[in-house]
Design a protein around this ligand. Structure first.
Ligand code: SF4
Ligand SMILES: [Zn+2]
Ligand SMILES: [Zn+2]
Length: 346
């Protein structure tokens, strides 16, 4: 197995590129793919300040590493979700990476600052854990980017994530969600610009990138992910990819090039007027924002929870879309053999 570029010994094969790469040229490929995504979709301009949502997993740490390498002023933001050992462990990986590279990592602990953790909050609010989690992440990531004056918020969604979300949205023809599934959401009305620079890399590639760069990341999946439909879509797409290398890429980028625009009009039409949340000041079209409603229910004494229910108005479509975008990223990819021997690549 020889590197396509230098003909030296290869360490990884990438079937959708029909090529093998040595360490140096694989790392360069990853950087090139991120640079290409940033340029093609106008995600970032040189010199902009970026806040990277860091989970301690391979995708967000690879993203942070590559953005810094490309010269962006990128700081990290870690949100402690209070999911037992999993959260403690993830925080450790995020902190150690930041320290090792002398980078700035902002942290917010949900239980300490808002009085609830994800499992407890989800139970109290009668929501699925990933629903409560996605809502909290979206709100607190936006808030951190706004307060810090960052030009954009970057998340580690990779090609596998985006293809799986697209599959879920397409299976149910959720047209509004399809209209919003973009690699860049422009800033508007107090929301920061949101970018996904890893859309041209698979999760197998981000894992390999971390290993080859010596970045240690949390391997265990969040215990709340069990039974998540998103994982089932990923598994189905991995099976298809084995038979037809490049299928995920063609599915997602074909959608962006040929179909996405058809769903945009509905999104523009349904867009409500935003005003500051009555409680926290974040932009919302619902008087009290969804996060404040969740917090009210999650922190109310049991007897009062019924009373807090009136705040839990029907979830806005825009909130559900954001939840879909924040579904878990920590799944095992369907792998073709690589020479790198590490359990994190299985
Ligand atoms: S699987 Fe992801 S979205 Fe769901 S609770 Fe865990 S971290 Fe949050
Ligand atoms: Zn090479
Ligand atoms: Zn609010």
């Amino acid at each position: 197995m020889k590197c396509r570029v230098c003909r030296g010994p290869a360490v990884i094969d990438i079937r959708r590129h029909n090529a093998n790469f040595c360490r140096e040229h694989f790392l360069r490929l990853c950087r090139d793919q991120v640079e290409k995504a940033i340029g093609r979709f106008g995600m970032l301009q040189p010199g902009e300040r970026v806040l990277v949502a860091v989970s301690g997993g391979k995708d967000s740490l690879a993203l942070w590493d590559i953005l810094v390498d490309l010269g962006y002023a990128a700081d990290g933001f870690y949100l402690g979700l209070g999911i037992g050992d999993y959260s403690d462990e993830s925080a450790g990986y995020a902190r150690r990476y930041a320290q090792s590279r002398n980078l700035t990592l902002h942290t917010v602990d949900l239980p300490a600052t808002h009085g609830f953790d994800i499992p407890g909050g989800a139970r109290a609010a009668k929501r699925a854990p990933c629903s409560a989690c996605g809502l909290s992440k979206r709100h607190l990531f936006d808030d951190a980017a706004r307060r810090g004056g960052y030009d954009a918020l970057a998340t580690g969604h990779n090609l596998d994530d985006e293809a799986a979300v697209l599959m879920g949205n397409t299976l149910r023809w959720q047209t509004e969600y399809l209209g919003r599934q973009l690699p860049v959401l422009e800033a508007r009305d107090g929301f920061p610009r949101k970018v996904k620079p890893l859309v041209r890399l698979s999760e197998r590639e981000t894992a390999a990138y971390c290993i080859l760069r010596g970045i240690d990341y949390v391997v265990e999946e969040c215990p709340m992910a069990v039974g998540n439909k998103h994982l089932a879509y990923k598994a189905a797409l991995n099976d298809i990819e084995v038979q037809s290398p490049g299928a995920k890429h063609d599915f997602y980028f074909g959608f962006l090039e040929r179909a996405s625009e058809r769903f945009r009009a509905q999104v523009e039409r349904d867009r409500g007027d935003l005003a500051p949340c009555e409680r926290c000041g974040s932009p919302t079209d619902a008087g009290v924002c969804a996060f404040c409603r969740l917090t009210a229910r999650a922190t109310a004494p049991k007897a009062e929870r019924k009373g807090a229910a009136h705040l839990e108005a029907r979830e806005k479509p825009s909130e559900a879309v954001a939840r879909a975008a924040l579904r878990p990223q920590r799944t095992r990819a369907g792998m073709t053999p690589v020479r790198i021997s590490d359990r994190r690549l299985r």
